[in-house]
Design a binder for this molecule. Structure first.
Ligand code: SAH
Ligand code: SF4
Length: 339
């Protein structure tokens, strides 16, 4: 197993099963994530026999930066995995620090009609280690620590629940990458049973749900997943989650020109969300050459924004990142695969 896929808790169990003390796991984590060594031999405070055993059971996963596109406030990384597959991650510079958007799967089976990542079907889930390594590789590349993480790259994180939650545990661990849970956000297209399961997850991670339409007819047209879990079921799951965790859920709403950006849609959205423990994040669409949808113009966007804001629902507009580069997630991978 890739050593970067192991949570500290599971590593502690591994050492206890070997008849050793659980604090060995903390030592290994310090080597991996504080000192960032790349081999077991460098872990000099651990006994030779233990090092040999670790070498038998674990390996150091590696992902390679295949390409990097840099724009004004964004860098986009194309990574090559050990089995030859490609994934992407995006680094964004904010006033308050740097954030990284990681991929959770190779491709995506949810098939949202506007999404470049889902245009290519899922090859497999990423391991927890392959998600951790996106962070490590970028930190090494930019020579600084990352402040926040969004799991909004290629893939549906809740279709890879175990590995994604292990990833959260590893990067949140104070002896791991040590990123505070409140600085980690996971976005789902609305896998209802997993939203409910996530309500019991012990870390205070932010949850975002891609709604993108205020009624089932429209949502089913642009998001196939709506046929499995409709808006009522998604909203019920969000209510359940926010009651159980006392946390506000972000509703993501991607504005597609002439599709879901009308005043009627804005009013319908207000009726749907009124009184709920949510806030709305409006997302400007990143156009891609393969997909027909267009970005809504600024006037339409502001009208939509005003209707929601005046209703008393908190709403923000996502800052546009990635000017001048292939910003739509999945574009770099698609180009590479199609080569
Ligand atoms: N699968 C998860 C997380 C990855 S997608 C989800 O769907 O929520 C992360 C967000 O990016 C989603 O809200 C998705 O709808 C949005 N998105 C997809 N393609 C986009 C594009 N071309 N421009 C802007 N946002 C996009
Ligand atoms: Fe998958 Fe999310 Fe893209 Fe939909 S928007 S196809 S769920 S990555």
């Amino acid at each position: 197993m890739d050593i970067y896929s192991v949570t500290k808790e599971n590593l502690s169990k591994y050492f206890i099963d070997m008849g050793l003390k659980s604090y060995k796991a903390t030592q290994v984590f310090e080597w991996l994530y504080s000192k960032r060594v790349k081999s077991f031999d460098e872990m000099t405070n651990i006994k030779k026999e233990v090092i040999e055993k670790l070498k038998e059971d674990y390996y150091f996963g590696k992902i390679e930066i295949k390409e990097k596109q840099t724009g004004k406030d964004t860098s986009k990384y194309l990574f090559k995995l050990e089995d030859g597959n490609f994934i992407e991650a995006v680094l964004m510079m904010h006033d308050y620090g740097v954030s990284v958007c990681v991929s959770s799967q190779i491709g995506c089976n949810m098939g949202c009609s506007f999404c470049e990542s889902g245009r290519l079907k899922k090859v497999r889930n990423l391991t927890a280690g392959e998600i951790v390594e996106q962070i490590l590789a970028i930190e090494e590349d930019i020579k600084r620590r990352i402040d926040s993480i969004v799991i909004m790259g290629i893939g549906e994180p809740f279709d890879n629940y175990e590995n994604v939650t292990d990833f959260m545990r590893i990067i949140n661990d104070p002896k791991g990458v040590a990123i505070g849970a409140r600085h980690i956000t996971v976005s789902t297209s609305g896998i209802v049973p997993k939203i409910k399961e996530f309500a019991a997850f012990p870390l205070q991670i932010n949850l975002a749900v891609s709604l993108h339409a205020p009624n089932d007819e429209l949502r089913s047209k642009i998001m196939k997943i709506n046929k499995a879990y409709n808006i009522k079921e998604v909203m019920d799951a969000i209510d359940y989650y926010s009651k159980k965790t006392n946390r506000r859920v972000t509703i993501e709403y991607l504005l597609l020109k002439g599709v879901n950006d009308t005043k009627e849609c804005a009013n319908e959205l207000v009726n749907l969300l009124k009184g709920k423990n949510v806030y709305v994040n409006l997302i400007p669409y990143n156009e891609t050459s393969h997909i027909e949808y267009k970005r809504s113009d600024d006037k339409t966007k502001m009208e939509f924004y005003d209707i929601v804001r005046k209703s008393g629902i908190t709403i923000t507009i996502r800052k546009k990142f990635g000017g001048g580069i292939d910003a739509a997630c999945g574009q770099l991978r698609a180009k590479e695969v199609e080569k």
